[in-house]
Write a protein that binds this ligand. Structure first.
Ligand SMILES: Nc1ncnc2c1ncn2[C@@H]1O[C@H](COP(=O)(O)OP(=O)(O)OP(=O)(O)O)[C@@H](O)[C@H]1O
Length: 594
């Protein structure tokens, strides 16, 4: 109950924050509509009394009032719904935005590795869809409180014993619950034939297997099986519904008996002169409303409790993600790199695993170098990249940028000075220009910047094949959106990585995995030559992860990782000469290509 009240409060506050005028209008209309029903019963009672005692004028006025109240009762809730429906949409959007902020707004990505937080996000995504129902429940709940209060006062006025009527509304409520459980059991019991039937329907109508169905002439066979399963499911469901309806009816009979008792009570009062005939009419109309009010109240409370729990989860999640955040220190970064980036005794374990996937890593990456990171699957290459990007902080040790510890730099500042292309790249379904331009928001709409970035990523041919060039709408979500191949999307992601003019660090974590080896080689040949030129001027470091040694050999410095430790460091020639792990991996791949 308290939960539901809290949830209502939060929802009301949200509605008020989002649109005061609409929120106020909704509440006024809902309250007016809700009070109209019991008041109508009251005036109806009055009118009956006036008719019986021959007060024609008063009875006419009451009749007009009854009509007005009936109109209010029937229409206000609809007008209110129009007003709060939009509020509900806004609240849902607001909830989603808060969730997006919680999920993406933090500088680090550690919360994505924590299953409990990932679960919370999944649950909240689903719960956010309940907001429309919750807004409905809130508004109806407000109306209901007023309607119940008015009803209570009116009933007590006739005979205090009538205040027991709400108790009689409980058996139908309990019976309703039991009936729902019976229906639920029937649904569970028939889940298998339903699933099988749906699967058969899907098989029969899917374009993918249309050819096979025709060749083997399976149409009739699948239809017969579908019918068989469907009948099985329908039989089970019908049995369940039948039983549930019986239980429901028993509950309603109990209330009906109480209803009859209430009517008899006021009839007796009327006969003995303690009440009037108007009271009888009043009770006949109001008592039915009591039943509806109690049932509705319980349903609304459940909905509001659920949304209250969602609000609490969201608040807890925000706090947890904020707690997992990296610090926001304010040490300045140099305009250009002079010495480079160093790692001192860096070890790292992902949250909750207790297993170090990087151990005592010591590296000096001089300013202006093109670095390749190689190693077998799971060696720790991507983890190293994530630490360099500042997505995580080392469990122990330091990452130093020109001697400044990265933990002392605001993540925001560091993020502005790096650029990246990842194997798991995003497919932004914007126009092509925007999709690439996002790599440098201040220049996102600048055609020359985007063209230059596309050129550096060797992605210009992708644009040339599209009908509207840079203005082509990308993605299947749009009716006229152009879908791209995996390799084309990846080239655009690379273009995005090239948008920032002079980052201190450019990381490319297998950014060409969807390209064929020859395309990757050509891309990196051109890219490293350009990167070399820029790096010498700005001191920028370009670090890429690749499994293709034809690409890797172009780097000035190659870092070989094995089981989370640095096995070797050097350029291609020296590593081949050393005849260690790099030479072995290089030879293996060269042999595979021969
Ligand atoms: N988010 C995570 N949570 C827990 N463990 C992780 C996570 N990401 C990676 N790991 C583990 O860390 C180790 C190193 O993974 P990483 O992705 O850095 O390897 P990699 O060298 O980039 O591999 P690949 O070549 O397959 O991309 C692996 O054992 C992996 O299972």
């Amino acid at each position: 109950m308290i939960e539901a009240i809290r949830g209502s409060g939060r929802l009301l506050a949200t509605a008020w924050r989002l649109d005061r005028r609409r929120a106020a209008l909704s509440v006024v209309l809902v309250l007016a509509g809700a009070a109209a029903a019991p008041l109508m019963a009251y005036v109806l009672g009055q009118m009956t009394g006036q008719v019986v005692t021959g007060q024609a004028a008063a009875a006419t006025r009451s009749g007009l009032l009854v009509a007005a109240l009936a109109i209010a009762m029937l229409t206000f809730s609809h007008f209110a719904h129009i007003a709060y429906f939009e509020l509900a949409e806004m609240a849902e959007e607001d909830f989603d935005e808060q969730l997006m902020t919680v999920s993406n707004g933090s500088p680090g990505i550690e919360h994505h590795d924590r299953p409990e937080l990932a679960d919370e996000i999944t649950v909240l995504r689903r719960e956010g869809r309940q907001l429309e129902g919750a807004m409905d429940a809130l508004m109806n709940g407000l109306g209901l409180v007023l309607a119940m209060a008015v009803t209570g006062v009116l009933l007590a006025g006739v005979n205090p014993l009538l205040l027991l009527l709400p108790l009689a509304a409980l058996p139908p409520l309990v019976a309703g619950r039991v009936a729902e459980r019976i229906r639920d059991r029937a649904r569970t019991a028939t889940a298998e034939p339903t699933r099988v039937a749906l699967n058969l329907f899907h098989q029969s109508t899917s374009a993918k297997v249309a050819g096979e169905l025709r060749v083997f002439q399976l149409g009739d066979e699948l239809t017969a099986r579908h019918e068989q399963q469907w009948e099985r499911a329908t039989r089970g469901l019908t049995r369940g519904h039948f039983l549930a309806t019986g239980v429901h009816a028993v509950g309603q009979v109990v209330f009906a008996l109480a209803y009859v008792a209430a009517v008899l009570l006021v009839v007796r009062d009327a006969m003995t002169g303690r009440g009037g005939v108007g009271d009888v009419v009043l009770v006949i109309v109001l008592a039915v409303q009591v039943n509806q009010q109690v049932t509705t109240a319980v349903t609304l409370l459940q909905t509001l409790q659920r949304i209250s729990a969602a609000f609490i989860r969201l608040r807890r999640l925000s706090a947890d993600v904020a707690a997992a955040d990296l610090g926001a220190a304010e040490q300045d970064l140099p305009e250009r790199l002079r010495t480079g980036i160093s790692l001192r005794d860096v070890s790292f374990a992902y949250h909750g695993t207790g297993r170090e996937v990087l151990r005592d890593v010591n590296l000096d990456i001089p300013a202006g170098t093109r670095v390749a990171v190689v190693g077998e699957n799971g060696a720790g290459k991507s983890t190293l990249v994530k630490l360099l990007c500042g997505f995580y902080q080392p469990t122990s040790g330091q990452v130093l940028v020109d001697g400044v510890d990265l933990t002392a730099v605001s993540p925001q500042r560091w993020r502005e000075r790096i650029s990246a292309g990842f194997q798991d790249f995003a497919r932004y379904e914007f126009t092509l220009r925007q999709s690439v331009g996002l790599g440098d928001l201040p220049h996102a709409d600048s055609v020359p910047h985007v063209r230059d970035a596309l050129d550096r990523a060797q992605a210009t041919p992708v644009v040339d094949t599209l009908p509207d060039g840079l203005d082509t709408q990308l993605g299947r979500s749009w009716t006229d959106g152009q879908e791209l191949s995996g390799g084309q999307w990846q080239r655009l992601a690379l273009g995005r990585a090239m948008m920032r003019g002079e980052p201190l660090l450019l990381v490319l974590d297998e950014p060409a995995s969807a390209l064929d080896p020859a395309a990757e080689h050509a891309l990196f040949e051109r890219f490293t030559e350009q990167a070399g030129r820029v790096s010498r001027a700005s001191g920028a470091i370009t670090l890429f992860v690749s499994h293709r040694f034809s690409t890797v050999r172009m780097a000035d410095l190659i870092i070989v990782l094995r089981d989370g430790t640095v096995a070797e460091v050097g350029d291609h020639a020296s590593l081949v000469a050393a005849n260690g792990l790099y030479a072995e991996l290089f030879e293996l791949q060269a042999r595979a290509y021969r």
